[in-house]
Ligand binder design. Structure first.
Ligand SMILES: CC(C)(COP(=O)(O)OP(=O)(O)OC[C@H]1O[C@@H](n2cnc3c(N)ncnc32)[C@H](O)[C@@H]1OP(=O)(O)O)[C@@H](O)C(=O)NCCC(=O)NCCS
Length: 102
């Protein structure tokens, strides 16, 4: 139905990097992306004990709006992205996460 991968400790200890989140196309819009991400955030916070989550989004991909909904903000960093006929930018986004309320 979907997948999400996490690189622990990248680029620094205490940071988790989401490499890819994808939900099967015919299931888009049903809340699965949010569910997958929310469970990943809990795992990153409680099991990996990271306090920052980072990811990069191809600027030409409208999915940046999804990540803003999940609380991510652009850091201002970017890298050129050129694959086959697509020439765009990889925009770095970040979210700071806190311990659960005590
Ligand atoms: C991005 C993706 C994972 C979202 O999954 P989804 O299951 O369709 O998303 P959800 O139904 O959980 O949506 C959660 C919220 O994000 C919003 N949202 C979803 N996709 C969005 C988009 N492309 N732009 C803006 N908002 C979006 C939804 O409207 C919903 O908003 P709400 O807070 O009002 O409920 C899915 O579109 C996908 O697999 N895309 C292709 C792969 C991809 O580009 N992955 C990202 C690479 S890093």
């Amino acid at each position: 139905m979907g997948l999400l991968d996490i690189i622990d400790g990248y680029p620094l200890l205490g940071t988790a990097f989401i490499g890819l989140l994808a939900v099967r196309e015919n299931l888009h819009g049903a809340g699965l992306g949010r569910d997958l991400y929310t469970q990943a955030e809990t795992f990153i916070r409680d099991d990996l004990e990271a306090r920052v989550i980072r990811l990069s989004v191809v600027e030409a991909n409208p999915v940046g709006g999804f990540w803003k909904r999940m609380g991510f903000v652009p850091t201002g960093e970017w890298k050129p992205y050129e694959v086959q006929t697509v020439a765009s930018r990889l925009i770095l986004m970040e979210k700071l996460i806190c311990s659960p309320a005590k």
